[in-house]
Design a protein around this ligand. Structure first.
Ligand code: SAH
Ligand code: SF4
Ligand code: F3S
Length: 451
């Protein structure tokens, strides 16, 4: 066999969940003896781990796929795989659209990649999209970073936000046990990782599907309990978690974050809209007043906490005044980062069928207005860092300037400073911030050994 025949390439679209799944699938392929190829054209297995959160995410997948499908016509021994959320949504229909595909597999099947590929090598065209109990992770993921790692804690989502495909494609909530999560963190620590991000689409729902006792009316497996349970894994210096749903963000959780020194003061809590009627139509289960109270409460415990969120503009029926309410919320709350999107109607979601859809022009115009405000606010928010000393966990070199290293503050701000990566990777370095930009910082290390 020539070298090319044992190489693979993975293209990952979408959210952190997909990134974590890709790392696990890469781990499976490496355990099977495959090696990473930088270019898809040099690989004999090409896997697309796909996203369908908005229509443009899905269309991107088809354009990439088209190119490899053509290549397959010349190279029949090329194995083409579509994994992730488009695979789950389209299933068999994907095979009709791209008959060159060998394997279509939903996100719940990521850990089964080897078994599914073996069926392909036996000459089958395979579709794996049936709901399953996610098999506990036995593979060693090939992690992109040597310093920070994702750890899944809950798969799926039981919410039914009226715009969202995630519950359709990721299935019902399945929590891993606290023991399995802690064991993975201990392994990561032995491998030298310093930071862990606990992952779930709706991470506050963690544990509600686990059998457990109820004490004083409270279930014993909540995210808060999990944080206490994993907090003291030696060697892991920082813990983050995402994504939080405002409906379940409790004071008890906020108190735990304030109390536990390793939990970073950074929270991703999407609000989606600043208008109560729209929030109701979205089935989000909270009001904008409740959202504001949560942010206030976070800041009363951790005055400097950095808060990021997601928002959608142009939801069906959104009036000018309702959109203004979203602008007002952004004006008032001082987010460090806001992911914004124009509403995109998705298959098999309730809102897509409503008659009151807005025009693309209105959506694009509102998105632009919101983005302008976001940039302005983020620049203002960065000001507070100037002259301060921040703890930076060094991850890598600054790819734009190899004399510098890059890392993140506890608040998750990207930070650059002069230094040697070999000497600094994985270190927590106090850095005096000398330059600010809306979404990143530059500073000077205050480590005696470096000066
Ligand atoms: N579980 C998270 C979000 C997951 S999807 C939560 O509950 O907030 C990531 C983001 O994509 C969402 O927060 C939302 O802002 C956006 N999104 C989801 N569906 C969308 C759609 N149909 N159109 C536009 N944006 C969408
Ligand atoms: Fe989608 Fe809502 Fe679940 Fe988030 S909580 S993944 S927006 S259904
Ligand atoms: Fe996209 Fe699936 Fe994540 S649709 S945002 S990759 S859960």
């Amino acid at each position: 066999m020539n070298l090319e025949s044992r190489r693979y390439h993975i293209v990952t679209f979408g959210c952190q969940m997909n990134k974590a799944d890709s790392e696990r699938m890469a781990g499976v392929l490496e355990a099977m003896g495959y090696e990473w190829a930088e270019q898809p054209d040099d690989a004999k297995i090409v896997l697309y781990n796909t996203c369908t959160i908005r229509d443009n995410a899905e269309q991107k997948v088809y354009s990439y796929l088209g190119r490899q499908a053509k290549r397959k016509q010349q190279e029949p021994d090329l194995t083409l795989v579509v994994a992730g959320c488009v695979a789950q949504q389209e299933g068999e229909a994907l095979l009709r659209r791209v008959p060159e595909l060998d394997l279509v597999m939903g996100p719940q099947h990521a850990n089964r990649l080897q078994e599914l590929l073996e069926q392909v090598f036996d000459g089958n065209q395979v579709v794996a999209t049936e709901p399953i109990n996610i098999v506990e992770d036995i593979t060693k993921p090939r992690r992109d970073s040597a310093v920070t790692a994702w750890v899944n804690v809950i798969y799926g989502c039981n919410e039914r936000c009226t715009y969202c495909v995630v519950p359709n494609v990721r299935g019902i909530e399945q929590s891993r046990t606290p023991e399995a999560i802690r064991a993975e963190m201990e392994t990561l620590s032995r491998q030298g990782f310093k930071e862990v991000t606990l992952l779930g689409q709706n991470i506050d729902a963690y544990g509600r599907d686990l059998p457990g006792s109820t004490v004083e009316g409270r279930h014993q497996h909540t995210l808060t309990d999990l944080l206490y349970f994993v907090h003291d894994v030696p060697g892991i210096e920082r813990i983050r978690f995402a994504t939080s749903h405002p409906r379940y963000f409790t004071e008890r959780l906020i108190r735990a974050c304030a109390e536990l020194p390793k939990v970073c003061e950074h929270f991703h809590i999407p609000f989606q809209s600043g208008d109560n009627e729209i929030l109701k139509a979205m089935s989000r289960g909270y009001t904008q007043e409740r959202y504001r109270r949560i942010i206030e409460m976070v800041r009363s415990y951790m005055p400097d906490a950095s808060i990021s969120a997601d928002a959608i503009v142009g939801f069906p029926g959104e009036t000018d005044a309702q959109f203004e309410a979203t602008l007002q919320l952004v004006e008032d709350l001082e987010f460090d980062l806001l992911n914004t999107a124009a509403y995109s109607p998705r298959p098999n979601t309730p809102a897509a069928l409503w008659g009151n859809q807005l025009s693309e022009e209105v959506k694009a115009d509102r998105l632009q207005q919101l983005n302008r405000l976001v940039n302005q606010k983020a620049a203002g928010r960065s000001q507070r860092y100037l002259g301060r000393t921040e703890e930076v966990l060094v991850e890598d070199t600054n790819h734009k300037d190899p004399t510098q290293v890059m890392g993140r503050t506890r608040g998750n701000r990207l930070t650059f400073f002069a230094g040697e990566i070999e000497q600094l990777r994985g270190q927590l370095v106090p850095v005096k911030i000398t330059e600010i930009r809306p979404f990143s910082l530059t500073g000077m290390p205050l480590m005696p050994a470096l000066l």
